[in-house]
Design a protein around this ligand. Sequence first.
Ligand SMILES: Cc1cc2nc3c(=O)[nH]c(=O)nc-3n(C[C@H](O)[C@H](O)[C@H](O)COP(=O)(O)OP(=O)(O)OC[C@H]3O[C@@H](n4cnc5c(N)ncnc54)[C@H](O)[C@@H]3O)c2cc1C
Length: 471
Amino acid sequence: MASEDTTPGPALPGQRSPSATLLAGLAGAGDVVADPDVLEAYRRDQAAPGLLAAGMPAALVRPTTTAEVQVAVRAAAAHGVPVVPRGAGSGLSGGANAIDGCVVVSLERMDRIVELDAAGLTATVQPGVVNAVLGTAAAAEGLWYAPDPASREFSTIGGNIATNAGGLCCVKYGVTRDALLSCEVVLADGRAVRVGHRTRKGVAGYDLAGLICGSEGTLGIVTEATVRLLPAPPRSSTLAATFSSLVDAGEAVAAIVRRVRPSMLELLDRTTLQAVQELEPLGYEDDVHAVLFARSDAGADAGLREIELIQELCDAAGATLSVVSDDEAEGRAITVARQLAYPALERKGTTLLDDVAVPLPQVPALLAGVERIAVDRDVLIGTFGHAGDGNMHPTVVYDHRDADAVLRARAAFDAIVALALELGGTVSGEHGVGLLKTAHLDAELGDARGLGRAIKDAWDPAGTMNPGKAI
Ligand SMILES: Cc1cc2nc3c(=O)[nH]c(=O)nc-3n(C[C@H](O)[C@H](O)[C@H](O)COP(=O)(O)OP(=O)(O)OC[C@H]3O[C@@H](n4cnc5c(N)ncnc54)[C@H](O)[C@@H]3O)c2cc1C
């Protein structure tokens, strides 16, 4: 018996290629783009170039409504092709990297603030609203949207929710999940559901809004969100303190968090400080091995008292110099090195930015271990970050054109992640797993990874929502 020939023959007149039928299905999904030059710009996020896979999408859609997102998701589902949601593409873990043949759903045009309810202290926004734009709108009402990733001027609320983004003031006000009340999500089969509660408290059912927060686009696409606003904080007071040893700085952090709730507690190591001083000489002495920056927004007098207590704790831990100010402009001036940390390291080469977090007492051990890894692996690593949360950014700087340097950088990065786990920490404190850290998930999650995958299967049985990321 002759076997059946399943090789596709040449397209017959009137017969359409799969991508043509996909494109036809996407009609009604807003702006639909198949131009390879445009698609190129939507293939990857800001994670270290060359280290992570970034496929070529079949199409990009830029919807403006939930209904258009539903059209896109249904068309992709009908063709069995992956959907990759995308905000501003500022992610640092490859979460928004495209997959060959996928549909990239960019939420950038869903950028409307739907409602700012000053009396109810909430804002309802489309996912493409940039974090700082919401901040400005809230400030106009005397209110404040607290989550403040360093990317707040360009990253979107949808992306912040999908990565559960953190920032400098998390140490007092929590991360994006703490600000999210409810959201509308388009599921893998195209249904739109609302999860969470618009009320400030609400415990009916499982916390599905909390689940969506940090799910990196693998469970559905956030098409609207209601977030919590706060009264604008009063004027802040600021401290900068230098240390001749990282361990002393780590001990100061441990002492501070036991006594005070600062609204910022950040640390910079010597390598980062040197890079900053090459970019902008700020007059730090050569023997400074760590700088600590703290802020208090407890109010005029209370804030100053709090920051002076932090100063005493720094001095007791061996600070070589400490200054405080209750003037906001001066406060910004004495913390400028923190703002310059990442740009300064970026100037020295390609950066592989880590975001491990460890229990607070382990911060000094993490910092010392990272220094050892830099020596052992012969790589430059500058460390800065959110010391008050135990969430640090050891940043490996390398030359991405040098294959050996790339290998050493990746090995150093993996060693830092392993060290954080040894210290009882997590592989990602705020940037998410994306593609970058999936290899480390078993070590951290153990059997819980299977539970996570079961949730993924229940929400997305065909596995088309941003597959291969996050879990
Ligand atoms: C200079 C710089 C500084 C940074 N600082 C910080 C920081 O301080 N703290 C911090 O946490 N991060 C920081 N980041 C990382 C990044 O900005 C955050 O992860 C941010 O939340 C990503 O938002 P985005 O809009 O760019 O999302 P994208 O990068 O486009 O997407 C991120 C992930 O979310 C998914 N996604 C996007 N939109 C949606 C949606 N509407 N529905 C479902 N899934 C979606 C994507 O598929 C992807 O998995 C920084 C990045 C840079 C470049």
